[in-house]
Design a binder for this molecule. Structure first.
Ligand code: SF4
Length: 370
C-alpha cells in the first residue's frame, strides 16, 4: 500500500523527536497508576526478585481475547488452581479443559490452549520458547499474544498491538483512515514507540492506557500522559477515532430439540472443527438466513415436539443467531448421544448458547408442572 508507506514515513519522522518523551511519560504514569492484575509482575514486584511466569501470562492473554478482565479473572484462577503448570494442563483430558472453559466463549481458543500445552510439553520440555518468532509457531498463539509474551516474559522489544492499542495510536497520530483498512498503518506507527529498555512494562502500560484512560467513549484526556502530543485531542474530537467501516451482522435462524428423560437431557458433541467445536449441543437444524420449512427433519426422533415460548438470541463474531427451542419427553434413554444429568450440567463442556436453550426448555417443563 504505497499510500500507507509514505504516510508512515512522514508521520514517524515528524514525531521521532517526541518518542523518548512519550515513552518516559507513559512509563512514569504506569509506575504510579498501572493496574494491579493477578498475573502481572509490576516494577515493584520485580525489585523484590519476582519475574513473570510465562504459563500464567499465556493463560491470561488467551482468556482476555474478546473478554473483560473481570470476566476472565475467575477462569484464570480456576485454571491455575486445577492445572498449576503447562505440563499439568497438557496432561488433562481435553473435555475437562472445555468444561472449565465453558462460558468464556470462542471455544477454538480452548482447543488450541490444550494443543499448545501439549506442544510445549512434548517439544520444549514444559518451557515456553523465548522469542516472538518461536512463540508464533505454537497453536493458538497469534501476533498479539506472541509479542506480548515475548516482551513481558522474555524482555524482547516487540510491537504489541491489539484493539485498545489501535485506538490509542489512531488518536495520538490523528489517523483518519478507517479500520480495518488502517490496521497495518497503525501497527507501523506504533512500532517506533516501543521501549527497548522496558519492553514488558511499556506494552502493559499501553494496554492499561487503552483500557482505563483512552477508552472508546469519554476518554479521560486530562489524566492522559500523552495529552500534550495527542493530535485527536488537539483537533477536539478524540472519540471520533478510530474510524471504522461498519458492517451489519447477518441474522441466522435455526431450531434445537430438547429431549428430556426424567432428569436427563439428550446432548451431542459438535465436530471438532468449526464453531463451538468439540462442545456439547442440543440436536439442531442447520442455521440459515431463513428458518427451514421442515425443522423436524433434524429432530433426533419422531415426537410430539412442543415449541417453547420465547426465542434464544445469541451474538457470534460474524452473525446473530435466533433459535427456536422445541421440547419433548422421552420414555427411555434409547437414543445415541450424551444423556446429561440436568442438575450436573456444569460438569459438561456446554457453551452459553446451549445453556440458554436448555434453560428455556427446563423452565417451561417446570412451569407446566407447577
Ligand atoms: S489525550 Fe485523550 S485521546 Fe489522546 S491518547 Fe490520551 S486519552 Fe487518548
Amino acid at each position: 500500500m504505497p499510500y500507507a508507506k509514505d504516510k508512515v514515513k512522514i508521520v514517524v519522522v515528524k514525531l521521532q523527536s517526541h518518542v523518548p518523551n512519550l515513552r518516559a511519560r507513559l512509563l512514569d504514569w504506569y509506575d504510579q497508576q498501572g493496574r494491579i492484575l493477578p498475573w502481572r509482575i509490576r516494577p515493584e514486584d520485580r525489585a523484590r526478585g519476582m519475574s513473570a511466569d510465562p504459563y500464567a501470562i499465556w493463560l491470561s492473554e488467551i482468556m482476555l481475547q474478546q473478554t473483560t478482565v473481570s470476566h476472565a479473572t475467575p477462569y484464570w484462577k480456576k485454571f491455575l488452581a486445577r492445572w498449576p503448570s503447562v505440563i499439568d494442563l497438557a496432561n488433562a483430558n481435553r473435555d475437562q479443559v472445555l468444561t472449565e472453559w465453558a462460558g468464556l466463549g470462542y471455544y477454538a481458543r480452548a482447543r488450541n490452549l490444550h494443543k499448545c500445552a501439549e506442544v510445549v510439553r512434548d517439544r520444549f520440555g514444559g518451557q515456553f520458547p523465548e522469542t516472538e518468532r518461536q512463540l508464533l509457531d505454537l497453536p493458538g498463539i497469534g501476533p498479539y499474544t506472541a509479542a506480548t509474551m515475548a516482551a513481558i516474559c522474555f524482555g524482547e522489544p516487540t510491537n504489541i498491538v491489539d484493539g485498545n492499542v489501535e485506538r490509542v495510536i489512531s488518536r495520538l497520530y490523528g489517523e483518519a483512515a478507517p479500520l480495518p483498512k488502517s490496521k497495518l498503518l497503525l501497527r507501523k506507527l506504533a512500532a517506533p514507540l516501543a521501549d527497548p529498555d522496558r519492553p514488558g512494562d511499556y506494552g502493559q502500560a499501553l494496554m492499561d492506557l487503552g483500557a482505563t484512560i483512552c477508552t472508546p467513549r469519554a476518554p479521560q484526556c486530562s489524566a492522559c500522559p500523552w495529552n500534550l502530543a495527542c493530535r485527536a485531542l488537539r483537533d477536539g474530537e478524540p472519540e471520533k477515532y478510530p474510524q471504522k467501516i461498519r458492517k451489519v451482522k447477518p441474522v441466522k435462524f435455526g431450531a434445537v430439540f430438547a429431549l428430556i428423560y426424567d432428569d436427563h437431557i439428550l446432548l451431542r458433541q459438535r465436530p471438532d472443527k468449526g464453531l463451538l467445536g468439540g462442545m456439547l449441543e442440543l440436536p439442531t437444524t442447520t442455521w440459515n438466513e431463513a428458518m427451514t420449512d421442515r425443522p423436524f427433519e433434524y429432530a433426533p426422533t419422531d415426537k410430539n415436539w412442543e415449541k417453547c415460548s420465547g426465542q434464544i438470541k445469541h451474538i457470534f463474531t460474524h452473525f446473530e443467531l435466533r433459535l427456536d427451542v422445541y421440547r419433548a419427553a422421552s420414555k427411555a434413554q434409547t437414543l445415541d448421544g450424551i444423556w446429561a444429568k440436568t442438575k450436573n450440567l456444569s460438569n459438561y463442556p456446554i457453551p452459553t448458547l446451549t445453556k440458554k436453550a436448555i434453560k428455556l426448555a427446563l423452565d417451561e417443563v417446570n412451569r407446566r408442572e407447577t
